[in-house]
Every structure is written in structure tokens, then in C-alpha cells.
Write a protein that binds this ligand. Sequence first.
Ligand SMILES: [Zn+2]
Length: 310
Amino acid sequence: MAPNDVACPSCGDNHLVHVGAIPEGYQFAGRTLEERIPGGSLYRCKNCRLAFKHPCLSKEDLNRLYQQAEAAVWTYDPEKRPDWTLAKKVLSESQLSGKLLDVGCFDGGFLRYVVESSSDWVPYGVELNVEAALRAKGHGIEMVGSDADHVEGIGTYDAVVSFDVIEHLTDPSAFLKSLTQLVRPGGLIMISTGNVDAPSWKLMGSRYWYCALAEHLSFISPAWCRKISHDLGLNVERIHTFSHEQNRSVPLRLAEAAKNMIYRILPSLFKKLRQRGMGGVDIQANPELADTPPIWISAEDQFMVVFKKL
Ligand SMILES: [Zn+2]
């Protein structure tokens, strides 16, 4: 049961399922913290299907931690991002061209990946991290704001993308509403994030690696996207599930599945195995790792949704 004062941040409903306690966080945006962050609990809304963390850090604390993020934490090789590859394909196959906006563009990696092989798109970026925004600007990207609520050119963008951003926000419906206002009618919105309905996540519940990352607060799914699309005047054109790991070898998949299952079912055995060096983790030197979920990077637990604004 959820406490009476907890309501769904997306739809306001208070019919919630308490999925369970989330382990403490000890890292934030690639930096190891001196103080651990309480994990809180994972809740799931029965009405709109949003899963969310509660309680979580204040907006001020979150902003302070983001400004301390590792400079290269969100810099990627485009070929290792299945969502970037797919989004680029969707853009090139669409009949659209013109203004392409990336909300949370970091140093502009995706925008550069698109415009290097296509003159159909003019890149625009939104980024909160000052240093990353300057780097994006240095690459010729016009920066039009620091967050989705304060962007120049409302209603003028032909396509708006946002990769791995929505899980960092406390109100994903407000965020999607803001993106909807930025794009013109007939334009596309593409979002990638974790899928709370992925089988691996369902198995692990609140002890899943993705929700234990301290900067991850809200967890959506294709079901949430379909439900909210009606309210926002969007149509779900496409859903694509994927894994962040490209080399999903059978030994890796088996090893990650086995570690996660032991962690879920026999946590004390898991702790003993970690004490013996399982996974190359030295918990003598790093005792905070004893109850940290093992990563499950080979799981197909991510998805990208393509919306069209009606
Ligand atoms: Zn809800």
C-alpha cells in the first residue's frame, strides 16, 4: 500500500502499487558520491501505468548534482546507440525536413550524426549542462534553451527528439506536453528511455539496476505512451524495443541473468559471492557495492517511441 499523501506525478491518481524498496545510490551522473542517496520506493500507478520513485531529491539538489556531472558521461559513439540509428532512419524515411530539435542534446552528438550525412535538417539544441551546451554551440548547433519549458520557437520544429531524458524528470507528462507544444502539427516527436514493462525489469521489480541509478526518477512504458497520446493529440506511429548492449553474446546474457536472479532471490548469497570478487567487484574496498544491483545491460529493456502530432 502507498501512503495517503503519495499521488501519481503524471495523472494525479492515488491508486498506486508499492513495488518495493529501491537500493541506495552511491553514484550520480558518473561521479561517486561522498554521501549515499536514499533509494526510496518504487510505485506504479494503476490508472496511467507510470512507475516512479518516491521520495526523491529536491530539484535544487538534483540541479547541483547535474552541474557536477562528469564532462564526458553522456558522450557516445553514434554507432553504439541503437536509438540514434533508428531515429536517423525514421527522419530520413519521413517526408519531413527543416528544424530538428534535440532536448537534452548534451554536446550535440546526435544532431551532428544526422547533419553530417543529410542537408535536410537544421540542428537546434536544448541543454542544461553549461559546459556541454558550449561544446554543442562550438559544433555549429544553435542552442535555443536550457530546458523544455523555456525554448525559443514554440510550434516551429519539424521534429523533436529526446534520448534518455524523460527518466530523469519527476513529471514525464508535463515534459511530453512541452515537447508537443514545440513541434508543429504533422511533425514527429521521438523519445527513448527504459521500458518498465520489459521482462527483465518485471522479474527484478524495485531491485532492477535501471531504477537504482540515483538520477533516474520516472519510468514509462509503451502502455503509458499509448494512454497519454490521446490526451495530448499525438498518435503513436512506432514502438521499437532494444538493448543498450550491441554485443549480446549468449555467455554475457546468461551471466547477467544468473547474477540478477541470485541478487533477487538469494541476496545474502549474492553478497557472499561479491565478497569473493564476483564480477571483479572489490567490496572490501567499496562496501557500498554489497547491495548494489548487478547491471543487466544485455537485457532488451529500452524502447523508442515515435509520435506524430495530429
Ligand atoms: Zn498515473
